[in-house]
Design a protein around this ligand. Sequence first.
Ligand code: PNS
Length: 160
Amino acid sequence: MTIAVLPGSFDPVTVGHIDIATRAATLFEHVIVAVAHNSAKTPLLDGETRLALASAALEPLTNVTVEATSGLLVDFCRDRGATVIVKGLRGGADYDYERPMALMNRSLTGIETVFVTGDPALAHVASSLVRDVARHGGDISPYVPDAVVAAVAEATHRAR
Ligand code: PNS
């Protein structure tokens, strides 16, 4: 059985993430969505909330599970018996961002990263833009599951 890990900050989970997880679920027997900490970012939502929202959003995908992880991604992959990391690409900028991580992860343990191209209709959907739209009072409901709207509004209000 090929187990793939789909890691990210999921701050918050978006319809773009759901699209990638859905595609990954058709390629691998089991996909573990790993809600991780990116040391280059200060998240809007705490880890528990990011995990809960991603778990609820991906619950309909029967071969996808969602877990929190801290520490090195490659260690998490080894512990779970995962032989592949899967990432979504919206375009060239994503590839430029992802390539060094894919190379570093391969250098660390030999694990390969497989890139899945997302739905072009969702190419503008990014957690960072969702947070920015929310911060400025815009409607984020087209870009995230319903439960995320209230959680982001609350966290945005608290951060003011
Ligand atoms: O959604 P993001 O913020 O682009 O995801 C980046 C993430 C969390 C996948 C990356 O920062 C990561 O893998 N963090 C775990 C720590 C780690 O393994 N760092 C080395 C990566 S080469």
